[in-house]
Structure formats: structure tokens, C-alpha cells
Design a protein around this ligand. Structure first.
Ligand SMILES: *[C@@H]1O[C@H](CO)[C@@H](O)[C@H](O)[C@H]1NC(C)=O
Ligand SMILES: *[C@@H]1O[C@H](CO)[C@@H](O)[C@H](O)[C@H]1NC(C)=O
Length: 362
């Protein structure tokens, strides 16, 4: 007897088989961009196991984790906006990318782990979570002159008699780091090879380190009329855009690896290649070219994509359109213009037609 499964049942089925991690949640509730943080725990309420446990014991953190995954995917779409594969969020296609072991997969894992680290840490600093807050810094040594690159520094700061103190609200990145680890590095689906698991874990860590290793020190001067006899300093995370930029660099320089004979180690492919360090992205299979739609690889193809006819890089029409050529199209759209402010308080605008030349891939 066969029983047709509803979508929800299918989703539950997936969660039960799936790892207790955010990638598992993707399968259950869709791509992070369509994920409603508030509904995740409702959807998983009837389940046993670690997922349900996390939902019951720390639902606020689950919400932040989901927001973090969303932040990661948005950043992925920004970084890849001019590329053949543009990190599209259509779930089926995204899922296909996640199942492979290509550079793009590495980036998605890393940027998601980074997004979760960043979002959870930020929530701590904003006082939105009971479990964490600003970083406790009392036990740490005061910042040395090495941190004088902070915005408020001046040559006078390094003079004698300047006292340093940790204070303010530092970002507790260790907390976000640990939570990201808990959610992203959970056990994998059976059937995934050990090597594949090692690669995913490596890329997750690379993502978290892209946040944790780039903390900056911010300081504020105190003292009579800005004399700065006392400085208070705290640690802040890098802006997430900066994290994304850095991960894109790692994507461009990603290292290909293969499994060693023992099935437990990764070795770089090719001669004289330096072993990837902890912050490098790694992959084991070559990417498809993403030129044509292909359900198997999760490629949507580049037909109809806007390209730049003068750019020589990946956004240029030659590369983006896979040499199929492009057509120019004039698009006319309306814009507000000649706006005037009337006291008080309205702004009146006229509508103007604006023409724009676009190149679209054939
Ligand atoms: C990404 O690519 C797909 C398929 O080529 C396209 O439909 C979509 O509009 C693109 N998204 C952006 C933001 O360019
Ligand atoms: C197209 O590429 C050129 C050259 O790289 C660049 O200067 C220009 O800003 C690009 N145009 C758009 C719309 O991105």
C-alpha cells in the first residue's frame, strides 16, 4: 500500500532523516530567505531528538540562527550578483548546489556559518538574548599600542601617561561562534562520505573564522577636553559585507582536495600546492559551467541575464552569456524627479521617463 505524503509530511520526513543543523532546516522549511523564524519551532514541535530539544530549550537562539542563515544567503546573492551562478534562492536549485561538493557549495556553507556567528553575536550585544550579553573583558590584558589603528587614535594616544581599559560593550563573538558550531556542525546524513563531511566542516569553520579572526578594536577617549588621558576600548565584529568580500576572495582561491587512503584526511590535489589553511575554502569536484539550465546540477542557465558589454570580468557579456551573444534592449521606466518640498510637510514630485540601455544574454 502506498500512502501519498503531503508536503508537510515530506518535510517532517526530511527532518527526521536529516542532520540536526541549519542545512537540515533548509530542507524542512525552505530556503532561509523564505524561512519564517517564528514558524520553525512550531514545525518541529512534534519531533523528538536534538532539533526539538534545541527548539524547546532555546527557541530564541533558533530564531537568531534562522536570521543568520538568511543574512548569509543575502550576502551570497550580493557577492554573486554578476556571476553565472548567482546564488539563486529557488529551493530546488539551491538544494542541488548543497548536495554537490563544488566551490559554490563551499561558499554557501561558509557564508551561512558566518551569518549565524554574526547574527547570534549581534543579538547578544543588543541584549536580545538571556543567554549572553556584551563580552566580559575584565580578565583581559589592556589593548596595546598595536590597536592604535582605531578611529579615535592620534599620535598623542601613544604618549606616556595614557591609560587603557576594556569597557563599553564588546561583541561576544565566542558565543556566536559556539552556537554556529552547534547548529552547523551537527551530525551528517548517513550515506554522506567521511570526506564530504570533513570538507563541509572545514568550510563551516572557515566561515566562522572570517568573522572571529577579524575583530576590530574600537576606542573612545576620556579626559579633560579630549585630552585622552584614559581610553576605553572594546572589540567589534567586522561588518558583514567585509566578511562576504573576504569569503569571495577565498572562493576565488579555493583549493581542490581529495580524500587520503585512510578516509580521514584531506590532501590537496596537484603538485606543489600549499595545503589549505583553516580559513581557505575547499572543494573536491569541479563546478559545472552554469551556462544552460540543468536540473541535475542546479543550474538555471544565463539566458536573459543582464550583462555588461564593456566589462572584461565575470560580469562581461562574453563570459556571462557563455559566448552565445547578447541583445541590447532599451528599457523605459518611470522615476520621481523634480521633487519639491512644500512647507510643511509634503514632497511633490513629477514623473519622468528614464531610458536605460541593457544588454541581455541570448
Ligand atoms: C539570477 O539568475 C536567475 C537565472 O538566470 C535569474 O532568473 C535571476 O533574475 C537572477 N537574479 C538576480 C538577482 O540577478
Ligand atoms: C560595466 O563595466 C564597466 C567596466 O568594467 C564599468 O565601468 C561599469 O560601471 C559597468 N556598468 C555597470 C552598469 O555595472
Amino acid at each position: 500500500m502506498t500512502i501519498p505524503l503531503s508536503r508537510t509530511q515530506l518535510a517532517l520526513f526530511f527532518i527526521l532523516l536529516c542532520p540536526v543543523n541549519i542545512i537540515g532546516l533548509w530542507w524542512a522549511v525552505g530556503s532561509p530567505l523564505h524561512m519564517d523564524p517564528n514558524s520553525i519551532c512550531r514545525k518541529t514541535k512534534r519531533l523528538a531528538g536534538k532539533q526539538a530539544e534545541l527548539c524547546q530549550t532555546q527557541p530564541e537562539i533558533v530564531n537568531e540562527v534562522a536570521k543568520g542563515a538568511k543574512l548569509g544567503v543575502r550576502e551570497c546573492q550580493y557577492q554573486f550578483r554578476f556571476r553565472r551562478w548567482n546564488c539563486t534562492s529557488q529551493n530546488k536549485y539551491f538544494g542541488k548546489i548543497l548536495q554537490q561538493d563544488i566551490r559554490e557549495t563551499a561558499f554557501v556553507y561558509a557564508v551561512t556559518a558566518a551569518g549565524v556567528t554574526h547574527t547570534v553575536t549581534q543579538a547578544c550585544s543588543m541584549g536580545e538574548l538571556l543567554q549572553c550579553g556584551c563580552e566580559a573583558t575584565r580578565s583581559r590584558a589592556p589593548p596595546g599600542p598595536a590597536s592604535s589603528s582605531s578611529p579615535s587614535s592620534s599620535s598623542a594616544d601613544t604618549g606616556e601617561g595614557v591609560k587603557w581599559e576594556w569597557g563599553g560593550c564588546g561583541d561576544d563573538v565566542e558565543f556566536g561562534y559556539e552556537k554556529s558550531k552547534q547548529f552547523m556542525d551537527a551530525k551528517r546524513k548517513k550515506g554522506k562520505s567521511d570526506i564530504r563531511t570533513l570538507i563541509d566542516l572545514h568550510n563551516n569553520e572557515a566561515g566562522r573564522l572570517a568573522v572571529r579572526n577579524y575583530m576590530r578594536t574600537e576606542c573612545k577617549c576620556h579626559g579633560l577636553s579630549g585630552s585622552c588621558t584614559l581610553r576605553t576600548c572594546w572589540k567589534k565584529m567586522p561588518h558583514f559585507r567585509e566578511v562576504g568580500d573576504r569569503l569571495l576572495e577565498r572562493f576565488n582561491g579555493a583549493s581542490k582536495v581529495m580524500g587520503g587512503n585512510d578516509g580521514k584526511t584531506l590532501i590537496p590535489v596537484g603538485q606543489n600546492i600549499k595545503p589549505p589553511d583553516k580559513q581557505d575554502l575547499i572543494y573536491s569536484a569541479e563546478s559545472p559551467d552554469f551556462c544552460l539550465p540543468n536540473r541535475k546540477t542546479g543550474s538555471l542557465g544565463t539566458r536573459g541575464r543582464i550583462c555588461n558589454s564593456t566589462a572584461m570580468d565575470v560580469s562581461g557579456c562574453d563570459l556571462l552569456c557563455c559566448e552565445r551573444g547578447y541583445r541590447d534592449e532599451t528599457v523605459v521606466f518611470e522615476e520621481n524627479c523634480l521633487c519639491r518640498f512644500h512647507w510643511c510637510c509634503v514632497v511633490q514630485c513629477k514623473k519622468c521617463s528614464v531610458r536605460k540601455e541593457l544588454s541581455l544574454c541570448k
